[in-house]
Write a protein that binds this ligand. Sequence first.
Ligand SMILES: NC(=O)c1ccc[n+]([C@@H]2O[C@H](COP(=O)([O-])OP(=O)(O)OC[C@H]3O[C@@H](n4cnc5c(N)ncnc54)[C@H](O)[C@@H]3O)[C@@H](O)[C@H]2O)c1
Length: 321
Amino acid sequence: MSRTRILLSTTSYQDTPGEHHALLEAQGFDIHRERGPLPESRMLELAGDFDAFLCGDDEITKRVLDKALPRLRVISKYGIGLDKIDVTECTARKLPVLFTPGVNHTTVAEHTFCLLLALVRNLVDSANAVRNGQWKRVTGHEIWNKSMGIVGLGRIGQEVAKRALAFGMKVHALDPYWPEAFATENGVTRHEKIETMLPEIDVLSLHANLSDSTRHLVNAERIKLCRKDLLVINTSRAELVHMPDMIAALDAGTVGGYGTDVLDEEPPPADHPLLKHPKALITPHIGSRTYESVPRQAMRSTLNLVNWLKGEKDVIQANKW
Ligand SMILES: NC(=O)c1ccc[n+]([C@@H]2O[C@H](COP(=O)([O-])OP(=O)(O)OC[C@H]3O[C@@H](n4cnc5c(N)ncnc54)[C@H](O)[C@@H]3O)[C@@H](O)[C@H]2O)c1
């Protein structure tokens, strides 16, 4: 009988030490390694030859599934965002999509503040200037007593709210699944619509999953409602923001800065309009990439995969039929 063949494409998983490596190796799988995130074209070349995907943000479209099945038995996503996987199609074909909620929220929340504090204190430009021999002292801003608006008060959003409160910020939020107990306990102001929240805040932090209801949530019409110099932080997905509208707002000075960990194309082309924008601060999708968080996610995604293939119950499945 041929060995179970696994496509391993998440680079965080492959590049970070941890016990997940030994657990995966111990299974006797035939493992094929790729450097993701893989575009649909590469996934189409590979699909059909694997029993399982242990993937990151690779494009698993209907066309890829057409080729991958019937051999493909399970998709184990390293991470929580499933926007690159056609989950509806997987469900229709009774293909399990496993994922790893609840293991990276603290790490992503910390990165959110890394971006915010770096923006308000001009950290990157100041440190680079010093490194280049210049003692250029630029005046920054406090975040104490400012207001933050959080879109998506889920696992990461709640961790961000706690940290914002610890910095003395006022917290507003928007979420169709409102976590009443958390909001009451922490004094988070509820908004039913983003339109009422935007005029109240100095910082907008995005933590909703990408869906039809969140795509281009931040656009020109809504930016008109914001306070001047609003800072926008995005550690969720690039598509929550309408990119040309954001660039226009940064150029016009209506948005004061955009700190983002995510881009619409990753890695971005050299001429991506945001890359060299003086008011943009971009990190290369490292929000959950820490020595603490990666092993937790990697272990969970490996256990999901191994347990599913063994028919054991300890798995976290995103889709049901
Ligand atoms: N930068 C990174 O490395 C990184 C790492 C992990 C997760 N993420 C992103 O962060 C997202 C959130 O992760 P999480 O663990 O907090 O997920 P989560 O599912 O716990 O929280 C998402 C929240 O968004 C809310 N939401 C959905 N639609 C909304 C809307 N229209 N308006 C307001 N809120 C809405 C949901 O109700 C939910 O409470 C993920 O989907 C992923 O895209 C990024």
